[in-house]
Design a protein around this ligand. Sequence first.
Ligand SMILES: [Zn+2]
Length: 469
Amino acid sequence: MAFWRQDAQERLQKQLQIVNKVQQAKNIIFFLGDGMGIPIVTAARFFKGNITGKWEHETMVWEEFPNFALSKPYTTNTQVADSASSATAYLCGVKANRRTLGVDSNVLIGNCSTQMNSSYHTSSIAKWFQDAGRSAGIVTNMRVTHATPAGAYAHIAERDWEDDDAVTIDGEDPNFCDDIAEQLILNDPGKNFKVIMGGGRRHMTPSNVTDVEEGRGGHRNDGKDLIAIWQEEKEALGVNASYVWHRDDLLAVDIENTDYLMGLFAYSHMDYVVDRDPQSDPTLPEMTEIAIKMLQKDQNGFFLLVEGGKIDHGSHANMAIRVVTETVEFDEAVQVALNMTDPEETIILVTADHSHTLTINGYPPRQNDILGIGDVSDVDGIPITTVLFGNGPGFRFSRPDPSDDNLHSKIYRQDSTVPFTSAHHGGEDVGIWATGPLSHLFTGVYEQNYIPHALAYATCVGDGATFCD
Ligand SMILES: [Zn+2]
């Protein structure tokens, strides 16, 4: 009894000390855990607590933030969101159709002519920062042309149009219909990003140029080498630009004398934590640290998007070990940002675009391994793992005893209820955790597209109401 009373009293004192900071914020670091629904946060917390010895009493870094809200991620045409429509909501402030990015609901999926109508284009908070004379950047462990980062710069009717070849495959004309990689390198606001880091070289390079690591050509059929174009354009502007593809070169970047930094560390997505070659590939916390150092050089302030994208992919695969290890690395990246920034001037926001169908089942005892066995069915007498999935590739037609499985294999899939080649997203609300000036604007249940409006208010950017009015 004494422990719980004291623990709650300490928490109460901490709560009473929270004072809302009513002042303009200068910077935003926006952490997006892709697919990181509340059950995933809980599972990752149990996993982290197992490592630290704090067990269930552990907290994720963002769970110590003073403000918390819920975000409703449904789209204009579906109850369950994908990462493209939700990125349009939480970065551009407008809900849109599934699979579309940076366009409103007048643009139908895969329809190029409506995509190219600029009156349907939305603009992102990254653009609003640039328009206000401040800097912007993106960091992800996915392809930099994938849905989440593309929400910061692209206007596209189909999220898969990451290069011209993908546009052609869908029967549209790539000469008319700009692909996502082109938009990143050639258009506003992508070409002005001070930092671009992640994977996805294949969408930047022509099919006849052999990739440095992959040993085969890129996906582009239009002959454009967008990496070379990015370098040439920066040179023509007389600014210092660094392009790197290896961790050693990233860590050696002369940040003080580099104006623009692009790091593309994989042909496609970067590897999972459990598969990574630590010699050649930087971690998400390493990329986050260097991005913040680059952007902090702007005295006027910055917007940085950091995506932990592999949380989503581990969930699509029904591999809980990948989900929790990715979420714990995401947690480390948030800690890096907290350590490097002044809470009087920087908003750090952590949220998810949508959930997944991971659930925590049974009545496992305290300090039970979250990747282990959680209970035994009183119907068939066969054990269950604590983590199960609603649907996906973990489905088995019979129900074998999972205690015979190698539960800690990095390719182990927990059981799912219904077979699908790739598990679906979950449709319930997701969390928003916020700290910094005016972060108390996040203390309710909101439509997902409210997020950038409130952030723009706090930082005095965009064309809506601002704190500076
Ligand atoms: Zn997904």
